[in-house]
Design a binder for this molecule. Structure first.
Ligand code: C2E
Ligand code: CA
Ligand code: CA
Ligand code: CA
Length: 382
């Protein structure tokens, strides 16, 4: 597993070692010590929930103390990247404050007297707690990725013109052994904070290609498209589209069966999105603007960005029950159509919403009324 087990009495790291990783102590007690004037001096003890060896990792200096297990310990190793990437992304002022605290700590350590306790340095504020929780989640996610514990489901999009299934959206699922089903809304955000989103994205793409290939081989009807959700970090990668194309080719799939969904909240890097749209269009892939109406997009970007599809966020669909909400949705559908975009309504849960949307000229519906996200086998059986 990803955990490291250290038996009582064994060393974890020694003073002077280069820093390769830090640890979150899951269970057991660790003793920190240093050598002063040739004499070993115990600095303190760390226990469950505390970070160990993070300082050397943060400022890339050699270990300034040694650590050994007092009792049998279970440690969660934390990659240098998990810190350094976040640190790079942090506000420079925060970074500076942290570094100055580190320097101060180190000079205190150098002039240390017996009894000083580095344990008190492992701040237990709520910020730190939620930070650690993220690190735990991320460690578990890395493991889930290695073990293939992530699942991809398909949710149908219905063409309201004839009731047929136009295609599917791929949605990731993670069954966590302890936490149960973790919402992608939660873990995708954590994965996006580091480069972990990149292997997650590759994983989903690979599963989607495999599913398209299965559908092609096992169904008579024309191959539906599958939409792929793409996040901000992935978009920064300029080789993204060519890697998608290479993967599709490996499976012998036509690129136009892959649809891309980009969330409205990413629209700040307009130039990159323009480029991505061009690349996708050249390859024959359609691109949807996801979560439209959640409030991030400057309407003006719609003029510059040639999306093929606009997905109405379910918060808009929910507003259909009020006259003003209805007027708003009607206007948005009109706007989308005048930009030559198809419209997909998300989160359609009731017949009333479905009927209203169709009357408003919205062509595609997605939501529990139409179908829940399903494993591929259920899609094939349906
Ligand atoms: P999204 O792209 O807006 O996906 C639609 C979400 O609405 C999904 O939540 C879906 O299960 C849920 N949904 C569908 N129909 C209904 C309905 O009728 N009512 C309600 N209340 N909800 C409905 P899910 O699967 O929890 O995903 C949440 C978000 O996580 C997604 O929002 C997407 O932003 C992200 N996500 C999911 N899979 C992936 C992925 O493979 N890659 C990336 N980058 N993001 C993903
Ligand atoms: Ca989506
Ligand atoms: Ca959406
Ligand atoms: Ca969403």
């Amino acid at each position: 597993s990803h955990r490291k087990y250290v038996a009582a009495g064994c060393p974890i790291f020694a003073e002077g070692d280069p820093p390769t990783e830090a640890f979150l102590i899951e269970s057991g007690q660790v003793e920190i010590s240093t050598v002063q004037h040739g004499e070993p001096q115990v600095l303190g003890q760390l226990g469950p929930g505390e970070l160990l060896g993070e300082m050397a990792v943060l400022d890339s200096s050699r270990r300034s103390s040694s650590a050994r297990a007092l009792t049998d310990c279970v440690l969660l190793p934390i990659d240098r990247d998990q810190f350094s990437e976040r640190l790079q992304a942090a506000d420079p002022v925060v970074r500076a404050l942290l570094m100055s605290q580190l320097a101060r700590y180190r000079s205190a350590l150098a002039t240390l007297t017996r009894g000083a306790s580095p344990a008190s340095e492992a701040a237990a504020g709520t910020d730190m707690d939620s930070g650690l929780d993220k690190i735990r989640l991320e460690g578990d996610l890395r493991m889930a990725l290695d073990r293939g514990d992530l699942d991809v489901r398909l949710q149908p999009l219905r063409d309201m013109a004839d009731g047929s299934t136009a295609g599917y959206e791929s949605l990731i699922r993670w069954r966590h052994p302890v936490r149960g089903e973790v919402s992608p809304a939660e873990f995708i955000r954590v994965a996006e904070e580091t480069s972990l989103i990149l292997p997650v994205g590759d994983y989903v793409l690979d599963r989607v290609c495999a599913m398209l290939a299965e559908l092609r081989n096992r169904q008579r009807r024309p191959l539906p498209f599958i939409a792929l959700n793409v996040s901000a970090r992935q978009i920064e990668d300029t080789g993204l589209v060519s890697r998608w194309l290479a993967r599709l080719e490996q499976y012998g799939l036509p690129p136009d069966r892959l649809r891309i969904e980009i969330t409205e909240s990413l629209m700040f890097d307009t130039q990159r999105i323009v480029q991505l749209l061009e690349e996708c269009h050249r390859a024959g892939m359609r691109v949807a603007l996801d979560d439209f109406g959640t409030g991030y997009a400057n309407l003006g970007v719609l003029a510059d960005l040639r999306f093929d599809v606009i997905k109405l966020d379910r918060s808009l669909v929910r507003r259909l029950s009020s006259p003003r909400g209805l007027a708003l949705v009607r206007a948005v559908v009109g706007l989308a159509h005048s930009l030559q975009c198809d419209v997909v309504a998300e989160g359609v849960e009731t017949e009333t919403q479905y009927t209203l949307l169709r009357e408003l000229g919205c062509r595609y519906a997605q939501g529990w009324l139409v179908g829940h996200p399903l494993p591929l086998e259920d899609v094939i059986a349906s």
